[in-house]
Design a protein around this ligand. Structure first.
Ligand SMILES: Nc1ncnc2c1ncn2[C@@H]1O[C@H](COP(=O)(O)OP(=O)(O)OP(=O)(O)O)[C@@H](O)[C@H]1O
Length: 375
């Protein structure tokens, strides 16, 4: 196994008019499980095909540890790839399909048998080993494809391009946890492409978020949720996504309308005055109204004046919709909360959970005003 390092790798399909991948320097570390997450057309498959060697990058170099493989074709890279739809020899048995990548590389017969049976057991294929692949339903065929990707013990990485698309939803959960188990057992480097945040967050040690051919953030699932580095990550991950509220910095204080909501703490030093956007997830917006409303003497201040505009009862929680200074905001509250549309309310943000963005990129955090507990 090896680290896979991309150095200034980019790709254009139209001679440089548009870029499916913008110059990217990034290392996939050995033995980690990655999810490559992003919307349709953001460049996920392009990136994967460059790693596997199916596609030659327009610029840049690719390394497996200290061996450069930019010009090495797929077969010489020792990387397995599983696609969205089954890729099998339909006339071969399931056993022979699983054995194929090993026999092709001249593994000893006993080793072939041992690995095939191991993978078959892990993926629940034991009862189907003798059947012809074309006789299986498409879901089971895809599981065999997955097995073919996982059967070789020494691959540098297994690349999975939306591999569970044809699998029915109930089976998806089982297979995803199976993949995690297999990852724990084999220590393969896995790169799993998906546009589904749940799939990415539940599967990966590290999630790499791609937008318009660029990595906008990479980190552990909790990091992406708790501290989005880009507004896109705030919107794309989370349900519903992060709220964004236009504000202004003056004298180090952040104001929404006329109300001071906190101090600006820059990620890389003091933030210059001017417009900024506050990003805060619905989970971290506290809403108070009616009898719960803070009185004027509350040392934390009353919070941001808002008006409740709607309530969605979601079963496990409520989504309270409000308007603040002409902007819509959502708060996630407990299932028993009673907020009446049309009533006045106050909003506060959990300290350390509201961030400041300029040009969509995080530039700082919203800190409590001196001597106050929060917004
Ligand atoms: N063979 C090709 N020829 C020309 N343009 C292409 C080709 N393949 C992809 N593209 C373009 O490159 C961009 C990135 O596509 P890519 O398939 O890598 O994205 P993706 O994130 O994998 O999308 P999806 O989730 O829909 O598969 C898109 O604008 C797409 O239209």
């Amino acid at each position: 196994m090896a680290d896979i390092r991309l150095e200034e790798v980019s790709h254009s399909y139209d001679g440089g008019r548009t870029w499916a991948l913008k110059p990217m320097t990034w290392t996939w570390r050995s033995a980690r499980a990655y999810a490559l997450l992003g919307p349709s057309g953001c460049g996920k498959s392009t990136l994967l095909n460059i790693v596997s060697g199916l596609l030659s990058p327009t610029t840049g170099r690719i390394w497996l540890d200290d061996r450069e493989v930019t010009a090495v074709p797929t077969a010489g890279r020792n990387i397995a790839q599983v696609f969205q739809f089954p890729v099998l020899y339909e006339e071969m048995s399931v056993y022979d399909n699983l054995a194929f990548p090993l026999r092709n590389r001249r593994y000893p017969r006993a080793e072939v048998d041992r690995r095939v049976r191991e993978v078959s057991r892990m993926l629940g294929l034991d009862d189907h080993l003798g059947r012809r692949s074309r006789r299986l339903d498409p879901g089971r065929q895809q599981i065999v494809s997955l097995g073919r990707g996982l059967v070789r013990p020494e691959v540098a990485a297994v690349l999975l391009d939306e591999p569970l698309t044809v699998i029915d939803p109930a089976m998806k959960w089982t297979l995803r946890s199976k993949l995690k188990e297999i990852h724990r057992d084999t220590g393969h480097t896995l790169i799993y492409v998906t546009h589904d945040q749940t799939e990415a967050l539940t599967f990966a040690d590290e999630v790499v978020v791609l937008k318009d051919g660029e990595i906008v953030q990479a980190g552990e699932p909790a990091e992406l949720f708790l501290a989005p580095a880009h507004e896109f990550v705030g919107h794309f991950i989370g349900s519903p996504g992060m709220n964004v509220l236009p504000a202004e910095i003056a004298g180090g204080v952040v104001r929404v309308g006329g109300t001071a909501v906190g101090r600006a703490a820059g990620d890389g030093g003091e933030l210059p005055p001017g417009p900024v956007r506050i990003g805060v997830r619905p989970e971290f917006v506290r809403i108070t109204a009616g009898q719960d409303a803070p009185d004027a003497g509350d040392p934390a201040g009353p919070g941001l004046a808002a008006r409740i505009t709607g309530l969605d009862r979601m079963g496990s929680h409520h989504l309270v919709h409000a308007r603040v200074d002409g902007h819509a905001l959502v708060s996630k509250t407990g299932p028993g909360s009673r907020y009446e549309p049309g009533t006045a309310a106050f909003l506060r943000f959990d300290p350390g959970r509201a961030f400041l963005f300029r040009d969509e990129v995080r530039c700082g955090s919203l800190m409590p005003l001196e001597g106050r507990g929060g917004t």
